[in-house]
Ligand binder design. Structure first.
Ligand code: PMV
Length: 323
C-alpha cells in the first residue's frame, strides 16, 4: 500500500501546445523531448485506512485547491483500476528550486502515476503508465520512458502515449538552463492549451508539425546537431508566435530572454554547438554537447539578467525506488 517513485522533468524539442481533447489531454500535434538527469521529483504514495480525504504535501507544505484536485483525479483512476477504496497521502519533493521556472508538472505527474499504481499493486506497462501520467499533465507522459522520447498525438485516449526513440547513452547532449526570472507564471499551461486555438497562427503550426517531427526524429537518430538546432529553435519560436497572438495574448519573454536567444545564435554562428528552446515561461533552455557545458555556462553567466544556471544531462525512465 506504499511506494516511492522518482521521475525527471523533460525539455521538449518539438512542443506540445493545444489539445484536441482538453479533458483527456490528447494533443493537437505529436512532440519530442529529452529527459533531464540531475533534476528530479521523488513522490511517495501511501493508501491509508485512517484518512477521510486525499492529502498532498508538496516540498514540505500541505497543498489544497486545484493542485490537490488534479492529484486526486489520478488517484481516483488508480482506485478505480485496482478496486482499492482508500484515500492516499502523497508526499512529493523536487530536488530543483521551485519557482526556478522549470516545468515541474511533468516530473510530478509521472512520479505520481508510477508511485500510486505501484502502491495499489497494479502492474501497468510503460504505455499504460504514460497514458495515466498524461491525464495529470500532458508533458508528463514523456517523463515515463527513458532518454529521447516521442509522444504520438493519437486520436483516442489509448493511442496517445510516449515511447523511447533513443536511450540516454545515444547522444551526450546537455541542457544549461538560464534562469532569468524565478517568479510564478501568470498563465499556466493548462489554460494556455485552451487559448492556443484562438491564435490564427495555430492552424499553420499544426499543419507543419509532421514535417518538423520528421526532421527532429532524423536529427536525433543521425546525431546531427546543426539539423536539430535549426528545427528546435524554429519550433519553439512558432509556439511562442502562437502564444503572443492568442486571445488574450501570452507574452512569456522578458529582455533577458531575448538577450540569451540572441547570444546563443551568435555563439552557434561562431562554431559553438548550442541552440535554445523556451517553454511557457521566460527561462531559456540552452542545449549543447556535454563536453561544452563549462564553456556554455561561463558565457551564460556573463549575460545581464541571468540569475541562476542549472545543468542537466540526458535522463532515464521514471522508476520505483521503494515498494
Ligand atoms: O504538460 P503541460 O500541460 O504542462 O504543457 C507543457 C507545455 C510546454 O512545456 C510549453 C511544451 C512541452 O511540450 O513541454
Amino acid at each position: 500500500m506504499k511506494a516511492i517513485a522518482l521521475a525527471h522533468p523533460n525539455i521538449a524539442f518539438i512542443k506540445y501546445w493545444g489539445n484536441r481533447n482538453h479533458d483527456l489531454r490528447i494533443p493537437v500535434n505529436g512532440s519530442f523531448s529529452m529527459n533531464l538527469k540531475g533534476l528530479s521529483t521523488k513522490t511517495q504514495v501511501i493508501f491509508r485506512e485512517d484518512l477521510s480525504e486525499d492529502k498532498l504535501i508538496l516540498n514540505e507544505d500541505e497543498a489544497s485547491g486545484a493542485g490537490l484536485m488534479r492529484v486526486s483525479q489520478i488517484l481516483d483512476e488508480v482506485r478505480q483500476k485496482s478496486g482499492i477504496n482508500l484515500y492516499a497521502q502523497v508526499i512529493s519533493e523536487n530536488n530543483f528550486p521551485t519557482g526556478a521556472g522549470i516545468a515541474s508538472s511533468a516530473a510530478a505527474f509521472s512520479a505520481l502515476a508510477l508511485a500510486a499504481s505501484k502502491a495499489a499493486g497494479l502492474k501497468l506497462d510503460e504505455r499504460a503508465l504514460s497514458i495515466l501520467a498524461r491525464h495529470g499533465s500532458g508533458s508528463a507522459c514523456r517523463s515515463i520512458p527513458s532518454g529521447f522520447v516521442e509522444w504520438t498525438d493519437g486520436e483516442k485516449d489509448e493511442d496517445s502515449y510516449a515511447f523511447t526513440l533513443a536511450p540516454p547513452e545515444h547522444w551526450d547532449l546537455a541542457d544549461c538552463i538560464a534562469v532569468v526570472s524565478s517568479g510564478h507564471k501568470e498563465v499556466g499551461s493548462t489554460q494556455g492549451h485552451r487559448l492556443a486555438e484562438t491564435s490564427p497562427l495555430q492552424k499553420a503550426r499544426i499543419a507543419d508539425a509532421p514535417r518538423r517531427i520528421r526532421i527532429c526524429r532524423e536529427a536525433i537518430l543521425e546525431k546531427d546537431f546543426e539539423k536539430l538546432a535549426s528545427i528546435v529553435e524554429k519550433d519553439s519560436d512558432m509556439m511562442h508566435a502562437v502564444m503572443m497572438t492568442s486571445n488574450p495574448a501570452l507574452f512569456y519573454w522578458n529582455p533577458a530572454t531575448l538577450r540569451v536567444m540572441q547570444s546563443v545564435r551568435n555563439w552557434r554562428a561562431k562554431g559553438l554547438p548550442v541552440f535554445y528552446t523556451i517553454d511557457a515561461g521566460p527561462n531559456v533552455h540552452v542545449i549543447t554537447l556535454k563536453e561544452n557545458i563549462a564553456e556554455v555556462k561561463k558565457k551564460l553567466s556573463h549575460l545581464e539578467g541571468v540569475q541562476n544556471l542549472l545543468t542537466a544531462t540526458v535522463g532515464g525512465a521514471a522508476r520505483v525506488i521503494e515498494g
